[in-house]
Structures are given as structure tokens and as C-alpha cells.
Write a protein that binds this ligand. Structure first.
Ligand code: IMP
Length: 392
């Protein structure tokens, strides 16, 4: 059994972190976000009702959980206030007991948003002011939450009640053996250092950022679990080596409802890329991975898995951040048989069709990490657990 668990996106975001965090929060005491801002969109479906959270941790929908927004995040006070009001009108109580915001987080100001809208086009940013807010932080011209709430304007005044020294708090929780879930936003391939720069977000989205983004030591993280879709998607610009174009791509996008939860943009879709999965496992040191949206692949005759890239005459087996290589390589695929059955109501691994099990086994072998959960639909109950030892 794990004491605390980190959930990290292993591809380009939108892997289904919101749902998984929601499922795991049931047994957690604390859910903490350590990076990003309202560029994230974590979709949760509870009792057939869809809720999309952008900045508030996904544990908010469970009564009695403490949700922390750490110092590594950037916060738009207007968006935060609206998200809280929307939750309250949906019957979810949000107060200073279940939501705590770091005094050292930085504030996204209106000027950051207009700058992002003006300059973020070539990267395909979400236009939420994320890059300019982090740039101001690095440039030492940013505004911390603690400094922002010294003015008494409406949003600052509202924010004030939630603000604390969250590093002190979270270390106390760890000392008290509370179960903590570290909720990653964005993903490994969008990480500022390890992603496909410059087509990345402006924060570190990998496991290393948990320490800096919350103010805890590395030895306090117990299990690091990656989330991977059974195929791959990407929103915005940048390389996607296994991208499916035309009808094949449209079919998968529609079947998987692959439209951005923050911006509504159609997501680009492609086959599972084992090089990316293996790379993410290395960067983050995954103990296991969670495979999501396996149900979306039901009904396809054949599935393809990318096992290498061909570049000029060379075969590449390890993912590279050299965009010149990525832009000019051709994926090498292994083809496996698909399955026809609807798997969205299956509760046990053994009841999955043989070809679905074979597909999962192959993903494990190629990415070098065991699978701990398989998700077969958006609902909490559509979750098949394989490795209890990695979970709460
Ligand atoms: P930014 O984070 O708004 O600066 O956008 C930078 C890149 O990251 C763009 O390609 C966005 O589409 C992508 N991005 C940012 N947040 C998310 C997310 O939560 N899911 C998927 N893509 C994201």
C-alpha cells in the first residue's frame, strides 16, 4: 500500500488524470497540485454529471478532503473565484478548510493574458496567460499571492481566506502519515525541460516538480504513477510522430470525444507511441502506469503500436527531443489484432477479451513498466485495478 502517490501525465496531456485522481481521492486525505494553472482541464464524471476543473484539485468533489494549490502553480484570481462559485452552485461546498492556496504561488494578471493571446499562437497555447506569468516569475517581476492579497480589491479579498504557507502544512501532513495525492497537470512531453521545446507549457510537469512546486523533499514521494492513453493525443502545435490524418484520425477523434476540455479545440490523435511511454517512465521513474480510454479502441480490426522511428537509414529506439529528427522520421509500427466487444462494463482484468489483454501486455513490455489500472470509460466505476500495491 502506498502512503502517497503522484499522478503524472506521460504523453501530451489529456490522458484522463482528472478521473483517476477523482477515483484515488476517495482514499486520500489530501490532493495537491504543484504546477500549471487554468490551462489544465480535468474532466470528472460523477453520477453521470460532468464537471471540468481548471485550477482546483480534483479532490474537491469528495467531502472531507483537503485540496492544496501549491507554490509551483500560477493562479488567475478571476477564474478561481468563478470556479469556486460554479462548484458551490452545483452543491459542492468550498471553504478555507477544504481549499488551501500557497502564498508563494504567482498571480496571472490581465496583462499576462493579453500578451499570451498576442504571442502564443505559434505554440498553440491555451491563451490563459500561463507563459507570461511564469516568465515574469523567472524575471523577478511577478506578483506572488501573498503580495497580491495585500490589496483589498474584490478578487484579492476573496482569495485571502484560502492563503497559507502550504509547504509547512503539507510537511506536517506527511509527518502525520496522511495520505497525499500529488496531482500533475499537463504532461511529460509538455514539460518545459523534457518536452518538445518550444512546443511545451511553461512549467515543469514531471515528477521532479512535485518537490519544488510544493516545498517537500524528494524522499517523501512514495509512488510515482504515469497516465497514458491507450492511443495518443495532442492539442496545439508541435510534433506528434504517430499522428493519424484524414478519416482514420477523424473516426478515432470522434469515438474518443477528443476535443479540448479547456479550449474546445479538436485534439490531434495517433497510435500508441511506445518510445514516448518509455521516455516518460525514465524521466519520472514510474512505479507503474495507468492506461486510460482502452474502450475507445474496441471495434477496430487492427491496432498499431509504434516501436521505433526510422530516420534516414537509422532506426531510433529511444525518444529524442531533437525536433529536426522527430520532424523527419517515420514511425515503425507493430500491428496487433483488435477486439470487437464493448468492454466499458468490464470490472475484472480476466474478463477482458484476449486481444485486449495481449495489447496491454505488449504496451507493458515495450514501455518497460507494469500497468496498475486500466480505465474503460469516464465513470468512477469503469476502473479495473491490477496492482493494489501501488495504490492506497
Ligand atoms: P500553455 O500551457 O497555455 O502555455 O500552452 C502550451 C502548450 O501546452 C499548448 O500546446 C497547449 O495546448 C498545451 N497544454 C497546456 N495545458 C494543457 C493541458 O492541460 N492538456 C493538454 N495540453 C495542454
Amino acid at each position: 500500500m502506498a502512503k502517497n502517490i503522484a499522478i503524472i501525465g506521460a504523453q501530451f496531456g489529456d490522458e484522463g488524470k482528472g478521473k483517476i485522481i477523482d477515483v484515488l481521492s476517495e482514499k486520500a486525505d489530501v490532493v495537491a497540485r504543484f504546477n500549471g494553472g487554468n490551462n489544465a482541464g480535468h474532466t470528472l464524471v460523477v453520477n453521470n454529471k460532468k464537471t471540468i476543473l481548471h485550477i482546483i484539485p480534483s479532490g474537491i468533489l469528495h467531502k472531507g478532503k483537503i485540496n492544496i494549490i501549491g507554490n509551483g502553480t500560477v493562479i488567475d484570481p478571476v477564474v478561481l473565484q468563478k470556479e469556486i462559485k460554479d462548484l458551490e452552485s452545483a452543491g459542492v461546498k468550498v471553504d478555507s478548510k477544504n481549499l488551501i492556496i500557497s502564498q508563494n504561488a504567482h498571480v496571472i494578471l490581465p496583462g499576462n493574458i493579453s500578451e499570451d493571446k498576442k504571442t502564443g499562437g505559434k505554440i498553440g497555447t491555451t491563451g490563459r496567460g500561463i507563459g507570461p506569468a511564469y516568465a515574469a516569475k523567472a524575471n523577478r517581476t511577478g506578483l506572488r499571492v501573498i503580495d497580491y492579497i495585500n490589496n483589498n480589491k474584490e478578487h484579492a479579498h476573496f482569495l485571502k481566506q484560502f492563503v497559507k504557507d502550504t509547504s509547512l502544512l503539507i510537511n506536517d501532513f506527511l509527518d502525520d502519515n496522511k495520505k497525499i495525492l500529488f496531482e500533475g497537470a499537463q504532461a511529460t512531453l509538455l514539460d518545459l525541460d523534457h518536452g518538445t521545446y518550444p512546443f511545451v507549457t511553461s512549467s515543469n510537469a514531471t515528477a521532479g516538480a512535485i518537490c519544488t512546486g510544493l516545498g517537500i523533499g524528494p524522499k517523501r514521494i512514495d509512488k510515482v504513477i504515469g497516465i497514458v492513453k491507450a492511443y495518443i493525443t495532442r492539442v496545439g502545435e508541435g510534433i506528434l510522430p504517430t499522428e493519424l490524418e484524414g478519416e482514420e484520425g477523424d473516426n478515432l477523434r470522434n469515438k474518443g470525444k477528443e476535443f479540448g476540455s479547456t479550449t474546445g479545440r479538436p485534439r490531434r490523435v495517433g497510435w500508441f507511441d511506445a518510445l514516448i511511454a518509455k521516455y516518460s517512465a525514465r524521466i519520472n521513474g514510474f512505479d507503474s502506469v495507468i492506461i486510460t480510454k482502452l474502450d475507445v479502441l474496441s471495434g477496430l480490426d487492427k491496432l498499431k503500436i509504434c516501436t521505433g522511428y526510422k530516420h534516414n537509414d537509422k532506426i531510433i529506439k529511444n525518444f529524442t527531443t531533437d525536433l529536426k529528427i522527430l520532424e523527419n522520421c517515420e514511425p515503425i509500427y507493430e500491428e496487433v489484432d483488435g477486439w470487437k466487444e464493448d468492454i466499458s462494463k468490464i470490472e475484472n482484468y480476466n474478463d477482458l477479451p484476449d486481444n485486449a489483454k495481449k495489447y496491454l501486455k505488449r504496451l507493458e513490455e515495450l514501455s518497460g513498466v507494469k500497468i496498475s489500472i486500466v480505465s474503460v470509460g469516464p465513470g468512477r466505476e469503469q476502473t479495473i485495478i491490477l496492482r493494489k500495491e501501488d495504490l492506497f
